[in-house]
Structure formats: structure tokens, C-alpha cells
Design a binder for this molecule. Structure first.
Ligand code: CTP
Ligand code: MG
Length: 236
């Protein structure tokens, strides 16, 4: 990515079309209120407050009645589109809804709506290092727990070495057309890719790992929400 391309505008795709089954409750987690704002607003601010991010496509569930109808955020343009049944389908829809000013070989960020606590320094690092990689890059955190492989009976078969194992986070930074093709190819093959990098890896490419902080956790359960509330209370 040349400085010119950045000036032309780096965009983000924010998948927010999930139902939050593991979180539970009637309101999908992206629409929970935290410190007087929607969780989704915290996520959008973390992305759009960055000077290099010029706009975002928010991918909404079909028939979403909770979307506040924002056309811009932090003074930057927002678009919306409808997502699909799987996260990868939602990301594909978001890529298609990007403005034409985002060219085929421009980099695009993909960031989960459910990660509201993305540190600015991590986004900086991802952009700094990722834009120098021909393929792209993802934020990731090293695995810290000891890993066990279970058998069908629930007994432990063995311990898996955790050296060189990482947890994939978002944002992930890839080129618009290459990511679109990779996700389409995975879909055609019936492979359920759980992040963007997995689709790119299927194409024989090797994205760069950029170590990010544990602060950029995903809100999956109510305990994660409590952790985010605590993180916010310490910010001010
Ligand atoms: N997502 C999406 N479209 C889907 C599924 C997920 O846009 N069909 C989004 C979610 O809204 C979330 C992100 O992808 O921002 C990460 O997914 P996850 O944390 O799994 O959220 P949910 O799928 O909503 O939660 P769950 O798996 O517990 O139902
Ligand atoms: Mg999910």
C-alpha cells in the first residue's frame, strides 16, 4: 500500500450480523449499551478515530430493526449492507458494498463488531507492518494456556505443543479483490472459514502475524462484557 492509496482512503468492513447465541438474551451483543453507548459504537470509534481509516461498511443482519441509521461516524462515511448466515458470508457482502473508490488491489480492514476494545497502537502496528507485506496481515496473540487434545470419551489423548500457536484476532488487512476471491473460493468448496486469513491461506498465501494485545478481546459471553466495562472505567 503506497501512501497515495492510504490518502485515497482505507476502508473497514465491520461484520455485525451475528445473533450472539453464546452471549444469550434478546438483544444481540453488538446492540448492548455500555457506558451509555452501543457496543457497536465503541467498536466503530476504535476504528474510525484512526486518521488512516476513511470509512466503514457495517454488515447488518437481515431485518435488523436496532441499527440507529448512522450515515457517518467520527465525521467519516458509513455504509450498511445485509449479511448472511455465516460470518464469511457477511464479510463477502461487506466487501461488495465498499465504494468504487476502494480499488481491487487496495487494502481493506475487516474487524469484528464484537471487538470494541481495539487499542490504537495495535491498529497502528497492523497498518505499519501489514502494508509492507505483499499479501496482508492479521493481529494475533500468542497462546498462553497448555493445550490438550481430547478423545471421544472426554479423556486426554495428549498435550499439544503451544510453541508457535497464535489466536487470530481482528482487524485483518487484505486486498479487496484477493480477499473477495479467496472467500468465494472457500464458499464454493464448502469450507467454513472462520477468519479472513484462513481463506487467504487456502490460496497458498502466507499472511504476516502482527502481535496484538489481549485488550483486543472478543465479547462472546457476559463475563467478556464485564471485562470491557472494567476496561472502560479505567480509561477515564
Ligand atoms: N457475524 C456476522 N455474520 C454472521 C455471524 C457473525 O456478521 N453470520 C459477526 C458478529 O456480529 C461478530 C463477528 O462476526 O461481530 C464475530 O462473530 P461472533 O463473535 O461469533 O458473534 P456471533 O456469531 O453473533 O455470536 P455467536 O457465535 O455466539 O452466535
Ligand atoms: Mg458466531
Amino acid at each position: 500500500m503506497t501512501p497515495d492509496q492510504l490518502r485515497g482512503g482505507l476502508w473497514a468492513v465491520v461484520p455485525a450480523a451475528g445473533r450472539g447465541a453464546r452471549f444469550g438474551g434478546d438483544v444481540p451483543k453488538q446492540y448492548l449499551e455500555v457506558a451509555g453507548e452501543l457496543l457497536l459504537a465503541h467498536t466503530l470509534r476504535a476504528l474510525l478515530a484512526h486518521p488512516k481509516v476513511h470509512g466503514a461498511v457495517v454488515v447488518l443482519a437481515e431485518g435488523d430493526v436496532r441499527w440507529p441509521g448512522w450515515r457517518e461516524f467520527e465525521g467519516k462515511p458509513l455504509r450498511t449492507c445485509a449479511g448472511g448466515d455465516a460470518r464469511a458470508d457477511s464479510v463477502l457482502a461487506g466487501l461488495a458494498a465498499l465504494p468504487d473508490s476502494v480499488r481491487a488491489d487496495d487494502f481493506v480492514l475487516v474487524h469484528d463488531a464484537a471487538r470494541p476494545n481495539l487499542p490504537a497502537a495495535d491498529l497502528d502496528q497492523l497498518l505499519e507492518r501489514g502494508r509492507n507485506d505483499p499479501v496482508g496481515a492479521i493481529l494475533a496473540a500468542p497462546v498462553r494456556d497448555t493445550l490438550k487434545r481430547s478423545g471421544d470419551d472426554g479423556g486426554i489423548d495428549r498435550t499439544e505443543p503451544r510453541e508457535r500457536l497464535w489466536r487470530a484476532l481482528t482487524p485483518q488487512l487484505f486486498r479487496r479483490l484477493q480477499l473477495t476471491r479467496a472467500l468465494e473460493s472457500a464458499r464454493a468448496a464448502g469450507v467454513d472459514v472462520t477468519d479472513e486469513s484462513m481463506a487467504i491461506e487456502r490460496q497458498g498465501q502466507r499472511p504476516l502475524l502482527v502481535e496484538g494485545s489481549d485488550d483486543n478481546f472478543k465479547i462472546t459471553t457476559p463475563a467478556d462484557l464485564a471485562r470491557f466495562e472494567f476496561a472502560l472505567s479505567r480509561r477515564s
